[in-house]
Each structure stands twice: as C-alpha cells, then as structure tokens.
Design a protein around this ligand. Structure first.
Ligand SMILES: Cc1cc2nc3c(=O)[nH]c(=O)nc-3n(C[C@H](O)[C@H](O)[C@H](O)COP(=O)(O)OP(=O)(O)OC[C@H]3O[C@@H](n4cnc5c(N)ncnc54)[C@H](O)[C@@H]3O)c2cc1C
Length: 378
C-alpha cells in the first residue's frame, strides 16, 4: 500500500477544489441571485463554523480590455515572489484590478497633466476612491503610460474571500457546500459592478473547474456538549453555517448521540422566491433534526416582518430555551441585522427575563464568555 498523500493546504499553498455542482437556490421573481455550490475537497478537514477561503479570478474580458488599453503583449512576463507569469495570467489570478490602492492613485496622479490631475483628484479620489476599477480609470484617461513592471508593483495582491461552510464533514464527507449570493451594485460612474469572487463562483466558474481554496478556521462553534439546545438566527446567506450545524446534528443523532433541540429563525424577502434550501429545511424538520423553524418574509405583507419580530412573537418560549442553557447564534449581515437581533435579545432579557436594564449588558457578556452567544457576521 502506498503512503497517504500529504495535503498541503493554507494561504500560501491553496488546494485546487473542483466545483462538482451548482444549483440556484433563489427562484424566479427573486431580486437576489443565490446558489448552492458543491466542491470536492478531498481529504481537507474542517469543522462546522469554519469558512472556505477562495482566491477568485478576475473577469477575463476586463483583463483583455486592460491589456489592450495599455498596449501590453499578452506574453510579457512578470515576476511575483520569484515565479514568472505571463502578464495576462497575473492580472487574472494574482492582482486586484477592481480596487486600487493609494500608492497606485498617487503614482497615477503624477503621470497626469495639471488639468487632468485636477479632474482626477476631484472625481476619482476622496469618497469615490474605492469605487472604480483599473479598466474604468484607464478608459477615462486613455493616454496614460504605465510599464508592465511598474503596474505590478503598484497593484495589490488579490485577497481571498471567505464563505461559511454550509455542510458538515461528517455528513457530506468530501463534498463541501457553500451558499453564495452574487453581489452587484452601481458605482458613482453609473456603471453596474459585479463582486469579483461572488460572480466568479456563481457565473464565471464552470462545473468541473477548480478554485484555489484553503480552510479558514473560526471560533464559531456548536456547543461542545451536543445535548445543549441551540437557537440560530440566520437570514439570507446567513443560513449557510446553520445548514452545516443542522447536518452535523442530524449525523450525530443518527449515530446514536444525545442531541439537544435546534431552533432556526430564517428570513428573506419573499417566501415564493427566497426560501433558501426550503426542501432541505423541511426535510430536516420532518426527520426531527430541526425542532423549530420560524420564518420571516419581509415583503410578503404590507408591513415588513424581520427575524427579530419573529423572536419577539416567540419571546416566552425563547426565554425558556435560554434559561435552560441554550446557545444563541447569529450569522449573516453585519450592517443592520446583527444589531437588530442583538437589541431584540436584550429586550427579551429585560421584558421576559426581568433582567434590570443596567444588568443586561453584563448578562450578554457572561453569555458571550460562556460561548453561549456567538456571531459570524460580515
Ligand atoms: C466570515 C465570513 C463569512 C462569509 N460567508 C458568506 C456566505 O456564506 N455567503 C456569501 O454570499 N457571502 C459570505 N461572505 C461575504 C463574502 O466573503 C464576500 O465579501 C462577498 O461575496 C462579496 O465579495 P465579492 O468579491 O463578490 O465582492 P467585491 O468585489 O469584494 O466587492 C465588494 C465591494 O463592493 C462594494 N459594494 C458592495 N455593495 C455595494 C453597493 N451596494 N454600493 C457600493 N459599493 C458596494 C463593497 O464596498 C466592497 O468594496 C462572508 C464573509 C465573511 C467575512
């Protein structure tokens, strides 16, 4: 028998994970574009709550237009950490071309005449600094001259993006799931921009292609004691980690372990189009791996209803679970949702748990220290 092959994997040595399936989870009529991606990760190990770090590839069409505008030959070579790459490959895989660092903007400004430097500083600096790509800038200042080596010295390296594991290594073995929403927005130039990694994953990658990945370990964890109850609040793609948690607990239950109750609050815009992983969640509910499922579809009625409103409706029950030692988890949007949910948790502690206002902060902190209050928000 041959020796087991060592799998080198980390930030410097990513693993080439094959995309084996991609299924759209948001349905017709949705304003969002959300997919479940399944990767073959071979022997890579992870724990529920970890994230997959992915090095995205830039859009090839955008790279071609940069090469044209700069009049670079495709096979010009550049050296990165002692390895030589054709400039086209380097711009696709190695450099960030969608956000330009300050050192690039300073050097760029020096190349402009006084008049165009004025426009550049007024329009492309300050608040707009992070809002346009290299291709957009070159199109606006077409006479600029930058050498290949100079360009590569000024650009920053493409950073990996993190995606929460939506599967359990015990249950799904070498097939890892992610739930990814395609990010798109309009920048100040009026151009529609697409998120580099989310579009790479949801549309540019083909099934059978490989992505460079590594496991980003996290402290977001199921309770060490599987018999503890868990309450999970994860609207939108925040559901991802909780799919992993539920699969893991279903696996443990089937293996004969004593497993506590699981309660999920999920929400999005419309039930008909945005109920992500509906079939799987209903199956997990039928098999008893998910004891309670509360849904908040904000735009299915005149008044918006969010996950925190469902928590308030179930406040008595929620407080009972917490009093019996349940862990409380939040995953997903950091901008508004996480704060709204935390505020609701405090309100319930005050109104139902009769904790004095001045003691609520301390109560939540104790919960946090005991690892019973965990957040994975972005
Ligand atoms: C721990 C962790 C777990 C995560 N898990 C998931 C997950 O399970 N699923 C998931 O889909 N994502 C997840 N994310 C988010 C993910 O990592 C990426 O940030 C996301 O996919 C966007 O990356 P991108 O490369 O597509 O966008 P980028 O190319 O990086 O573009 C994002 C940029 O666009 C700007 N931007 C975005 N929207 C607008 C707007 N409306 N107006 C102006 N500018 C805007 C932002 O400022 C940002 O600079 C997670 C993040 C973390 C940190």
């Amino acid at each position: 028998m041959g020796e087991a092959k060592e799998v080198k994997c980390g930030r410097e040595h990513p693993y080439a994970a094959e995309l084996v399936a991609r299924e759209r989870l948001s349905k017709a009529g949705s304003e969002k574009d959300v997919y479940r991606l399944t990767f073959d990760i071979g022997d890579l190990d992870y724990t529920c709550g970890d994230a997959l770090a992915i090095y995205p590839k830039n859009d090839e069409g955008e790279v071609e237009s940069i090469l044209d505008m700069l009049k670079f030959q495709r096979d010009l070579k550049v050296e990165i950490h002692g390895v030589s790459y054709p400039i086209r490959d380097a711009l696709i895989k190695k450099f960030c071309i969608t956000h330009l660092p300050k050192r690039f903007l300073d050097a760029f400004a020096q190349k402009l005449t006084n008049w165009s430097r004025d426009i550049f500083t007024k329009v492309f600096c300050g608040d707009n600094e992070d809002q346009y790509s290299l291709a957009e800038l070159l199109a606006r200042f077409p006479h600029i001259e930058i050498g290949c080596d100079e360009l590569c010295k000024l650009l920053k390296k493409i950073p990996p993006r993190l995606y929460s594991m939506a599967s359990s290594k015990n249950a799904q073995k070498d097939k890892l799931h992610l739930i990814v929403g395609a990010v798109s927005y309009q920048n100040f130039l009026g151009n529609t921009r697409q998120g580099v990694a989310s579009y790479y994953l949801t549309s540019r990658m083909r099934v059978g292609d490989c992505a460079d990945v590594y496991i980003a370990t996290s402290s977001f964890r199921l309770p060490l004691d599987a018999s503890a109850d868990i309450i999970m609040v994860g609207p939108g793609t925040g559901l991802a980690s909780f799919m992993g948690f539920l699969y893991e607990r279903e696996y443990l239950k089937n293996a004969g372990h004593l497993v506590g109750r699981s309660w999920l609050f999920f929400g999005d815009q419309h039930r008909a189009s945005d109920f992500l992983e509906e079939d799987e969640l209903l199956r997990l509910q039928r098999t008893g791996a998910l004891d309670s499922l509360d849904l908040a579809f904000s735009r299915d009625q005149e008044h918006k209803i969010y996950v925190q409103d469902r928590m308030f409706e179930k406040r008595e029950e929620l407080w009972k679970w917490l009093s019996k030692g349940a862990n409380f988890y939040i995953c997903g949007d950091a901008k508004r949702m996480a704060g709204d949910v935390e505020n609701m948790l405090k309100r319930i502690a005050g109104e139902v748990g009769k904790i004095k206002p001045e003691e609520i902060g301390g109560w939540l902190n104790d919960l946090r220290i005991a690892n019973r209050y965990q957040k994975d928000v972005y």
